[in-house]
Design a protein around this ligand. Structure first.
Ligand code: 5AD
Ligand code: FES
Length: 348
């Protein structure tokens, strides 16, 4: 199999067929991966130079009504101390973040009904009023079209909602029956039609995932054409049904980051916390493989341990207040710099 030729085709056309993706993912050599990585890094550099965009992540609630089999804050986990940040807590995270140079804030949380649309609209409005030069990203899971519409009208700019897997049957093995891929996709369509910059994404190496499934994820990304694409390795959490499952592959995650950069040359692609958890240099290598965003934690240090989606999550200890500087140093060491900008997607 000539994998390099497939990589060239992917670069030239921005996509491959399902069969070609499977071929690529199943048969690439170390040398092929290196070839792909260089191409991906060059494309990222073409659009974003050596500039890394940063997002201040505020994990504002770990209550969740869902019961995803992989996730540490699933409803059935009785051993998490649940918390919610107040509007004042959230605004104080933004204030600290702004002083640190963040110009995008990400409000991320479990699917928590305590936060009604009215409350969220109030929080969104306050953030956008206090920080009109900042972008606001939401990541609060599935809500109705009407809710999303209100969030958008209140000023939210972006929305992250990973599709998790683009295969119906596989989706069913990761979630209880009340959650469906169909609804997830509808939410993504609704968000797009409301004018949000939308992010989708998936875990690499989640239980029961096949190369076919990953090929389907790549086809789905192409079809959705999102502004943002978030991926990271699956990592087990000890209080979930997947406690004994093995983690996803670090190397395959890097290869997929590079493939995504070839599929979506100007997309905003983070080197995720999960990638930094599975390998101490994961985020650096993510950037070198084509990612261009990092999302350090801005949540109060006192609650960070409670937002453990998977075991051994980094940035939850005493050192955690330092994430911004830590990442700044890490990026500088590989020749990149973090910039204090909103970090919108560049045009193709
Ligand atoms: N391992 C890796 N990623 C996870 N996520 C949730 N649980 C895990 C886990 N155990 C990811 C999901 C979700 C995002 C917020 O975190 O993809 O969309
Ligand atoms: Fe959080 Fe390094 S990024 S400690």
């Amino acid at each position: 199999a000539n994998i390099k030729a497939l990589i060239d085709t992917l670069e030239a056309q921005g996509c491959l067929s399902r069969e070609e993706y499977i071929e690529l993912l199943s048969n690439y050599s170390k040398e092929d991966a290196e070839y792909l990585k260089e191409k991906a890094r060059k494309i990222a550099n073409k659009y974003y130079d050596n500039k890394i965009y940063t997002r201040g992540l505020i994990e504002f609630t770990n209550y969740c009504k869902n019961d995803c089999y992989y996730c540490g804050i699933r409803r059935s986990n009785r051993n998490v101390v649940r918390y919610r940040l107040t509007k004042e807590d959230i605004l104080s995270c933004c204030e600290q973040g702004y002083d640190l140079g963040f110009r995008t804030f990400v409000l991320q949380g479990g699917e928590d009904g305590h936060f009604t649309d009215d409350m969220l609209v109030d929080i969104i409005t306050a953030i956008k009023k206090g920080y009109p030069d900042c972008a606001l990203t939401l990541s609060l899971g599935e809500r109705s079209y009407e809710s999303y519409k209100r969030f958008r009208e209140a000023g939210a700019d972006r929305y992250l909602l990973r599709h998790e897997t683009a295969n119906e049957e596989h989706f069913g093995k990761l979630h209880p029956a009340n959650q469906t891929l169909q609804n997830r996709k509808e939410c993504l369509r609704n968000l797009k039609s409301l004018g949000f910059q939308v992010g989708c994404g998936f875990m690499v190496g989640s239980p029961y995932q096949t190369m076919e499934n990953l090929a389907e994820d790549l086809l789905f990304v192409k079809e959705l054409s999102p502004s943002m694409i978030g991926i990271g390795p699956f990592l087990p959490h000890h209080e979930t049904p997947f406690a004994k499952e093995k983690a996803g592959s670090y190397e395959l995650t890097l290869v997929l980051l590079s493939i995504l950069r070839l599929i979506a040359p100007n997309a905003l692609i983070p080197a995720t916390t999960a990638l930094g958890t599975i390998n101490p240099l994961g985020r650096e290598n993510g950037i070198l493989s084509g990612a261009n965003v990092v999302m350090p934690n801005l949540s109060p240090v006192s609650v960070r341990k409670q937002y453990e989606l998977y075991d051994n999550k980094i940035c939850t200890g005493d050192e955690a207040a330092e994430c911004k500087f830590c990442l700044q140093n890490r990026m500088n060491r590989i020749g990149y710099e973090i910039v204090a900008e909103r970090g919108d997607m560049k045009p193709l």
